[in-house]
Design a protein around this ligand. Structure first.
Ligand SMILES: *Cc1c(COP(=O)(O)O)cnc(C)c1O
Length: 345
């Protein structure tokens, strides 16, 4: 696949901003190039611009993900990568993206911000892709196909054969959002060498417990990563952010322990919810939340809100009639949620 042909002409011919520090690799140089304050007034070298390409952090992530640093783009959350992919590939007013609802709401918001046309192909009733229906919607303006696995808000992994078929037949970029990938052992990240049109999104916001940090990534072919780097803000990841992320990544065992606990809490809560008569259905989940169909979701939502328990109402989403999305909390929170639901049963 010729990726360059899919890129907007203005981006193809873009001469990116060359940041002062991108040529600098050594440690000893006298830095008189970037009009920074020479005095480290507040400590932590915050008087200096951070590494624009986050080399140290990418080296560590590459090791953890089994890819090369050149396959990684880092953004202010994976939401930044979604934003930049639209800028690179979608000519406003002309080009199209395909979404598969019910899914993550930011794809549609970002596509609207960029003036991309949106085509929607609903998931099947068991929340799986319908590859034939998706491929039927393809035309010469199709640019991005957004897939989310495990899907938010439904929680299920998408069937691999469907993703594989779409990677082969969709004539443009296929984005696989793995925001919840660390909660299961399935990832497409190490397939980016095989599929030049594949972009895998991951984040430190969920399993790594760093939503407040704002660090997400796109894992893709070197060619796509180069375009992402060309359009991003030069210093998009702050020095504080890079330092904190690097420090957290030294302790993957903390992430793994939390994932094990949250997964077992999820399975336990799912089992217990089935005992309640207000619950009609608990959908299977490979993430740190479960989608639950109630007999009357708005009554349950209101009841919980009055008890100061906030959950996500997804009942207006297609295929999600009477559904609430429950994030898995700490054990005592899950217990309190269950007790509250039981008391209303
Ligand atoms: C939470 C979430 C993200 C968020 O990413 P950030 O890295 O925090 O911007 C992306 N995709 C999906 C499906 C999510 O649920």
């Amino acid at each position: 696949m010729d990726i360059e042909k899919l890129v907007r002409p203005n981006i193809k011919s873009l001469k990116p901003y060359s940041s002062a520090r991108s040529l600098f690799t050594g440690n000893q140089a006298m830095l008189l190039d970037a009009n920074e304050n020479a005095f480290d007034l507040f400590g932590g070298s915050l008087n200096r611009y951070p590494d624009p390409l986050q080399s140290e952090l990418k080296n560590k992530l590459a090791e953890l993900k089994g890819v090369t640093p050149k396959n990684i783009f880092l953004g202010n959350g994976s939401d930044e990568a979604i934003d930049l992919l639209l800028r690179i590939f979608c000519q406003p007013g002309t080009d199209e993206v395909i979404l598969c609802p019910p899914t993550y709401g930011m794809y549609e918001v970002m596509a609207n911000i960029h003036g991309a046309n949106i085509k929607k192909v609903l998931l099947s009733p068991d929340f799986q892709l319908r590859p034939d229906e998706i491929l039927n919607q393809v035309n010469s303006s199709s640019r991005l196909l957004f897939l989310c696995s495990p899907n938010n808000p439904t929680g299920n992994l998408l069937i691999s054969e469907h993703i594989l078929e779409l990677l082969g037949k969709f004539p443009s970029i296929v984005i696989v959002d793995e925001a919840y990938g660390d909660f299961n052992a399935v990832s497409w990240a190490n397939k980016v060498g095989q599929f030049p049109n594949l972009v895998v999104l991951q984040t430190l916001s969920k399993a790594w417990g760093l939503a407040g940090l704002r660090l997400g990534m796109a894992i893709a072919s070197e060619e796509i990563v180069q375009y992402l780097n060309a359009v991003k803000y030069p210093y998009n990841i702050s020095r504080l952010n890079q330092t904190a992320a690097l420090s957290a990544l030294q302790s993957p065992e903390k992430m793994n322990e939390a994932v094990d606990l949250l997964n077992s809490e999820r399975n336990e809560l799912a089992k217990r919810l089935l005992q309640l008569s207000i619950v009609e259905r608990v959908f299977p989940s490979d993430a740190n939340f479960i989608l639950v169909k109630f007999r009357n979701s708005s009554a349950v939502f209101e009841f919980l809100r009055k008890q100061n328990i906030i959950v996500r109402d997804r009942s207006k989403e297609p295929l999600c009639d009477n559904c609430l999305r429950l994030s898995i909390g700490r054990p005592e929170e899950n217990q309190a949620l269950f007790e509250a639901l039981k008391s209303s049963d």
